[in-house]
Design a protein around this ligand. Structure first.
Ligand code: NAP
Length: 392
C-alpha cells in the first residue's frame, strides 16, 4: 500500500534555486527525521552538495549551511531525463516536490522542453516509485494569462483561451494540462505561487529577484495602471512553509492551490508608495508618482529610465526591457484567491507593504539587484510583443 512508512523521503528538484533553497532550509531546520533527496545538475555529488550549501548560505551562516547540506542525499542529474535515471535512491521516495523549471521568459522552445516535456519525464519516473503519496508540482498563478478577472480562482485555469505575455507561462500551463490529462494515476497536487519577492525577516538577502523592479518603479516614480490596482506578492519564507504544508498534509480538500497574497494581503500600488515613503531614510514623499501608458508613453519611460539609471551598456538596456516586461504583468491588476489554502488551516501571508522596509534595509543598488534576474532575460525581446495562447 502507498505511504505505509511514517518517515517521509522527499525528492526535491530545484534545490539550488530561490524557492528550493527556502524550502530546503526550512525543511532541514525542522530536524523531524525527514530524508531529503535532491536532484541537482552537477558533475559529482560533492559538487552538488556545495551548490546546495551556497544556496542555503543565503538563509543562514556558512557553517550551518554546510552542516545542513551534509544532511541531504544528492543525486546528480537533470529532471528532464529523470525517466531514464535508474538510480535506486529514487525508488523509495514518498513525496516529490517539483520546483525546478526554466524561469526565463523568452526562450520559447527551451522553456517548453524543460517545463513541459521535462515535467512529464519526471512524472513518468514517479510512476516507478511504489511508496509515493504525493507529487507536488509547482506551477505559477500567472498561467491565467492577461484577460483574467481581478480575483482569479484556481479552477478556471489552465484555459486554452488564455492569452499569455511570455512563453514561460505558456509552458507552465501546458505542463498542468498534460499532467492532468495523462497522469491521473499519480497523486498530483498543483501549487501556484503568485509573485515571490524577498523574505519576511531576511529581506533581500536570499534573493533580490523582482524586488529590483518594484524599487525601480519607485525610483522612476511611474506606475503603469490605476494606483488603486493590486499586485499579488508573497515572501519566499511563507511560500516555503505553505509548500511544505501542501506536501505533507495527509488529506487535502483540493488538488490545486494558489499560494498567494489573496484579498487579505495583496499590495495596492498606493499602499506600496506609502510604504516606500515611510521607509525612505531621507523622508521623501511619493506625491510625484505619475500614471503612464505602457504603449503610448514608451518615450517617457525611456527618458525617466535614462535619467535614473543611465542607458549605457548592455546591462542597462536589458534592465529597461525587463522593466517594460514586468510593468506589463504588474498592470494586469490580478489578485489570486488564497481561500482554498487558508481553509486548509495554513497561516495567512504577511503583506508586502509590511515587510518592504526589511527588504530595503539590506538591498544593494537597484541595477546590481537586477543581476539576480538577468538570466530570465537573455533571449532577445520578441517583436512585436503579441499575446501568446496556450496552444501556440
Ligand atoms: N520566483 C517566483 O516568483 C515564482 C512565482 C511563481 C512560480 N514560481 C515557480 O517556482 C519554481 C521555482 O522558481 P524559482 O524562482 O526558485 O526559480 P530559480 O531560482 O530560477 O530556480 C530554478 C531551479 O530549477 C533548476 N533546474 C532548471 N532546469 C533544471 C534541470 N533541467 N534539471 C535539474 N534542475 C533544473 C535550477 O537548477 P540550476 O541551479 O542547475 O540551474 C534551479 O535550482 C518554478 O517552477 C517557478 O515556475 C516561481
Amino acid at each position: 500500500m502507498r505511504g505505509e512508512s511514517s518517515v517521509a523521503r522527499i525528492l526535491l528538484t530545484g534545490a539550488t534555486g530561490f524557492l528550493g533553497g527556502a524550502v530546503l532550509h526550512q525543511g532541514l531546520s525542522r530536524r523531524d527525521g525527514t530524508e531529503w533527496v535532491c536532484l541537482v545538475r552537477c558533475a559529482s555529488a560533492e559538487q552538488g552538495r556545495q551548490r546546495i550549501a551556497a544556496r542555503l548560505s543565503r538563509f543562514t551562516d556558512p557553517f550551518t549551511a554546510q552542516r545542513l547540506a551534509r544532511a541531504v542525499e544528492v543525486v546528480p542529474g537533470d529532471f528532464t531525463r529523470a525517466d531514464l535515471d535508474a538510480d535506486p535512491r529514487l525508488d523509495s521516495v514518498t513525496h516529490v516536490l517539483h520546483l525546478a523549471a526554466d524561469t526565463s521568459w523568452w526562450g520559447e522552445e527551451r522553456v517548453s522542453r524543460t517545463n513541459h516535456d521535462g515535467t512529464l519525464a519526471l512524472a513518468r519516473r514517479a510512476r516507478t516509485m511504489p511508496r509515493l503519496v504525493r507529487f507536488l508540482h509547482v506551477s505559477t498563478a500567472m498561467i491565467c494569462g492577461t484577460e483574467a478577472p481581478p480575483l482569479v480562482e484556481e479552477a478556471a485555469y489552465p484555459s486554452p483561451q488564455a492569452r499569455h505575455l511570455v512563453a514561460y507561462t505558456v509552458s507552465k500551463a501546458a505542463a498542468e494540462t498534460s499532467l492532468a490529462g495523462s497522469f491521473a494515476d499519480l497523486p498530483i497536487v498543483v501549487a501556484r505561487p503568485s509573485i515571490v519577492v524577498g523574505h519576511s525577516t531576511l529581506g533581500s538577502a536570499p534573493s533580490s529577484s523582482i524586488l529590483w523592479v518594484i524599487r525601480a518603479a519607485d525610483r522612476l516614480r511611474l506606475v503603469p495602471c490605476d494606483p488603486a490596482s493590486a499586485v499579488d506578492i508573497v515572501p519566499v519564507d511563507w511560500v516555503a512553509d505553505s509548500l511544505l504544508g501542501l506536501l505533507r498534509k495527509p488529506l487535502l480538500a483540493h488538488n490545486l492551490y494558489h499560494v498567494s497574497a489573496g484579498e487579505g494581503a495583496r499590495a495596492r500600488w498606493d499602499d506600496l508608495m506609502r510604504a516606500f515613503a515611510a521607509a525612505d531614510p531621507e523622508g521623501g514623499t511619493r506625491d510625484d508618482f505619475t500614471r503612464f501608458d505602457l504603449v503610448a508613453d514608451r518615450a517617457l519611460l525611456r527618458r525617466r529610465f535614462s535619467e535614473a539609471f543611465g542607458l549605457d551598456g548592455a546591462l542597462k538596456q536589458a534592465m529597461l526591457r525587463a522593466v517594460r516586461a514586468y510593468y506589463a504583468f504588474c498592470s494586469l491588476d490580478l489578485t489570486f484567491s488564497n481561500a482554498r489554502l487558508l481553509a486548509e488551516g495554513f497561516a495567512p501571508p504577511p503583506a508586502f507593504a509590511d515587510y518592504l522596509k526589511v527588504c530595503l534595509e539590506n538591498a544593494p543598488e537597484i541595477a546590481e539587484q537586477f543581476a539576480d534576474d538577468l538570466e530570465m532575460f537573455v533571449a532577445p525581446e520578441p517583436t512585436p510583443v503579441l499575446p501568446l495562447t496556450a496552444s501556440a
